[in-house]
Design a protein around this ligand. Structure first.
Ligand SMILES: NC(=O)c1ccc[n+]([C@@H]2O[C@H](COP(=O)([O-])OP(=O)(O)OC[C@H]3O[C@@H](n4cnc5c(N)ncnc54)[C@H](O)[C@@H]3O)[C@@H](O)[C@H]2O)c1
Length: 314
């Protein structure tokens, strides 16, 4: 059993719910402390109420459990952030500083902080977007993630902070609900297909975006965190790719299970955000440095989503 003790901040969210399960299988229930603004409906292992903006509160939980690694997931996501830009900036940046400082001060040994494909913008080459390229994000979420990446690298270079990060694409899973992002449609569509046989997409039919099935996102996250430090050569954030598709293509994959499924389109403010993001991602560095490769493509993800959502609805 590893001596590491992990704190997940923002554990009630789409990623945290599933990441906690995976980390508890590896480290044991007692070595993974979950935390969020509110208690979840069911609690399996240790849980603490934490506001990431309360630095003293965070530090006292870190000390209470002798935490060695923090996974910082608390943030405002792309669509929600556009509605409250000032608060999004404060939460996304100050939250990160509080954890980077805890590592700088020697309180914890390792930090995981997710970035996003939102760091790219309309001037970025949009097909097979490389790791190093033009980055002019035009959403407050993307701006905060890009600034966060710069600070992660800065804390690594200046203070030797062992911080690791992935630029997640849109994430899709059946165990938890999405938290206000531009790619949420790709989760809602499965639920609506099974419940009502139809779905109205808030993105237009040709909007191709990079996406990833949650088991692949968990695999990437844990593999990066467990990689020997010398293999983690990028300390801003790694490109990782799973698959790319548009609403029409995901609908076609669902029709293989539900032939009468119908989709129509009613784009809203999230269309402009999606239009500023890449269509596909080049993840050569993640593959070379720490052996990343995804397991799922669009159809295998759809097959698994439908199978598991059907089981849950019985
Ligand atoms: N889900 C995706 O598709 C996706 C894609 C790219 C990047 N990311 C990044 O991954 C991280 C987690 O995303 P998610 O989808 O799980 O988000 P989510 O919105 O589902 O969950 C975030 C959690 O943080 C909690 N939280 C909010 N403010 C807090 C605070 N002040 N203190 C403590 N907890 C607080 C929320 O209650 C929520 O449970 C975020 O940094 C997000 O930007 C997610």
């Amino acid at each position: 059993m590893s001596k590491d003790s992990i704190l997940i901040i923002g554990s009630n969210g789409q990623i945290g719910t599933e990441l906690a399960e995976s980390l508890r299988l590896i480290y044991g229930d007692d070595h993974v402390v979950c935390s969020d603004l509110k208690q979840p409906e069911t609690i399996k292992g240790p849980f603490e109420i934490i506001d990431i903006l309360d630095k003293d509160g965070v530090y006292s939980i870190i000390k209470k459990y002798s935490i060695t690694q923090v996974y910082l997931l608390a943030a405002l996501l792309s669509a929600t952030a556009e509605k409250n830009p000032k608060f999004a900036w404060d939460l996304n940046m100050q939250g990160l500083f509080n954890i980077l400082d805890a590592a700088k001060e020697g309180l914890i040994k390792k930090v995981y902080w997710p970035s996003s494909i939102a760091v790219f913008g309309p001037t970025t080459p949009s097909v097979l977007t490389p790791q190093y390229t033009i980055m002019e994000p035009n959403t407050i979420y993307g701006i905060s993630k890009q600034a966060g990446e710069r600070f992660c690298e800065y804390y690594f270079q200046k203070y030797n902070v062992d911080v690791r990060s992935i630029r997640y694409p849109g994430l899709i899973g059946y165990k938890s609900a999405p938290g206000g992002g531009t790619t949420d449609y790709a989760v809602h569509i499965y639920h609506e297909a099974l419940k009502n046989g139809k779905y109205t997409s808030f993105l237009s039919e040709q909007t191709t975006l990079p996406m990833m099935y949650m088991p692949d996102a968990l695999k990437a996250t844990i593999n990066l965190m467990e990689a020997p430090a010398e293999k983690v050569k990028i300390r801003s954030s790694y490109n990782v790719a799973g698959m790319s598709f548009n609403p029409l293509e995901i609908a076609e994959s669902i029709k293989k299970h539900i032939p009468n499924f119908e989709i129509d389109f009613n784009p809203d403010f999230r269309q402009a955000i999606a239009d500023s993001w890449p269509k596909s991602i080049n993840d050569a560095e993640a593959r070379q440095h720490w052996g990343w490769s995804p397991d799922y493509d669009l159809q295998s993800m759809t097959d698994d989503m439908i199978l598991n959502l059907r089981k849950r609805m019985q």
